[in-house]
Design a protein around this ligand. Structure first.
Ligand SMILES: [Mn+2]
Length: 442
């Protein structure tokens, strides 16, 4: 692959002012304050990487600032980081999102070198000349209020700018804060077909915190949050390095940055004694560190793990108390300078039952066992119960819940029903030891 003629770092939702939630207090006793795990640190690392990688520009995709009341704190950080970039010969651009519709345009006018694209809610372009001499166009649109109920592509500024870009012989890169494929959204609803029809080589989006797969030849999708803001944002997070070789010839790679990362771990409890759990969890931290390897990312200080206990165990009820006690109590292990901690434990174990044997007969327990066996059967596409649960979950999500962190990933109907069935089974066995016998009594 030929050397890139230009390199641009695209940065998704930063939310300066937000503190990552779900951090146990004991992290402080380990010398890590919430401040050191804040988006401010992630942004500083991003700027350092931008300077080290000698990018030509850094582009922020909106929701840079959490809220109006964070403007004073955000100003200091944004001003300092912008200055570091400008002094290194790197241009700084941004668009505003729903969180910083008012505050980012205001800060931008006060910060030398911070160029807000698409002011007044009108589409704008910027001509960007890379160190190599290659010329590109940056296309963007900014929120002007916290809500925007129409597609930005319906703005009167779009047709003329689209016309101009159609004739462009340079690469065109778009940046937009919007709600993709959510009709009726109050956050600049946009259809994928609108983005695809635009005369651009790529469209990088802000708003949804889950990063999309942007590895294709014409990347269009979400950059994701810069750093996971809570356990609902697990996995790799970070800015995207976009290398441009010419019109229609570019690639985007996500860089993993710290200071914090969230992971979901599963731990099989079959044959494990209750007093062994903590050791098993600490071992799982080691495995997690090893599996992530270098993918763990630059400058990561802490990894918050949500651990789901699975498998069959007679100690299920005692695991419930462990899970409750684990709240507010730190299970922490430092591995190679990185602090792994238990964010939360979830007990999804089942009692050690032979379901096939229990399913014999017509007792309440047998009937439930039959239902569970059906749920565990291979093909669930035709299961009417799951279809109903899925519909109800979708309906609830379609209200406002979708905008909560992690709310854009609908919970798995099968897992919900299966967990409810396990709880019911537990209840039956613990509260009515005669559950197996009821048929005989009749
Ligand atoms: Mn947003």
């Amino acid at each position: 692959m030929p050397e890139a003629a230009a390199k641009i770092l695209f940065v998704g939702d930063i939310h300066l002012g937000r503190r990552p939630s779900g951090l146990v207090e004991q992290l402080e006793s380990q010398g890590l304050s919430p401040h050191e795990l804040s988006p401010v640190r992630a942004f500083a690392t991003t700027v350092r990487l931008a300077i080290e990688s000698k990018v030509d520009a850094v582009v922020l995709a909106g929701d840079v600032v959490e809220s109006e009341k964070d403007r004073f704190e955000a100003y200091g950080h944004l001003e300092r980081e912008t200055r570091r970039l400008v002094e290194a010969g790197i241009k700084v651009y941004g668009v505003s999102g729903n969180h910083d519709a008012i505050v980012l345009p205001r800060l931008a006018t006060r910060i030398l070198g911070f160029d807000l694209i698409g002011r007044e809610g009108a589409w704008q372009t910027r001509e960007l000349t890379a160190r190599s001499g290659m010329v590109m166009q940056l296309l963007g649109w900014s929120f002007t209020k916290n809500h925007h109920r129409t597609s930005p592509f319906q703005h009167p500024s779009w047709p003329p700018i689209q016309q101009t870009l159609r004739g462009a012989t340079t690469p065109v890169l778009g940046v937009l804060h919007c709600d993709l494929d959510v009709p009726g959204s109050e956050y600049a609803p946009v259809r994928r077909s609108e983005l695809e029809a635009a005369p651009v080589d790529a469209f990088f989006l802000g708003h949804v915190h889950q990063p999309a797969d942007l590895s294709g030849a014409r990347p269009i999708g979400y950059l994701g949050s810069l750093v996971g803001l809570d356990a609902g944002e697990p996995g790799a997070r970070g800015p995207w390095l976009v290398e441009v070789r010419g019109p229609g010839d570019l690639s985007a790679t996500q860089l993993s940055v710290g200071p914090i990362r969230w992971e979901r771990l599963e731990l099989a409890m079959d044959g494990v004694e209750v007093d062994e759990i903590e050791d098993r969890i600490l071992d799982a931290f080691d495995d997690c560190k090893e599996e992530l390897g270098t993918a763990l990312g630059a400058d990561v200080r802490a990894v918050g793990c949500r651990v789901t206990l699975t498998g069959q165990t007679a100690a299920r009820a005692r695991l419930d108390s462990f899970v409750t006690e684990a709240r507010g109590r730190a299970l922490v292990k430092e591995i190679g300078g990185v602090l792994f901690f238990l964010e939360k434990a979830i007990n999804q174990t089942a009692p050690p039952l032979d379901l096939k044997r229990e399913a014999q007969g017509q007792t309440p327990l047998a009937l439930l066992a039959k239902e569970i066996l059906q749920l565990d059967a291979e093909d669930q596409t035709e299961n009417p119960l799951l279809a109903r649960v899925q519909d109800e979950v979708q309906e609830v999500l379609a209200r406002h819940w979708r905008h909560l962190p992690g709310g854009d990933v609908p919970p798995d109907a099968h897992a919900l029903v299966r967990a409810a069935a396990a709880r019911l089974l537990d209840e039956m066995l613990s509260t009515s030891p005669g559950a197996r016998e009821q048929e005989r009594e009749r």
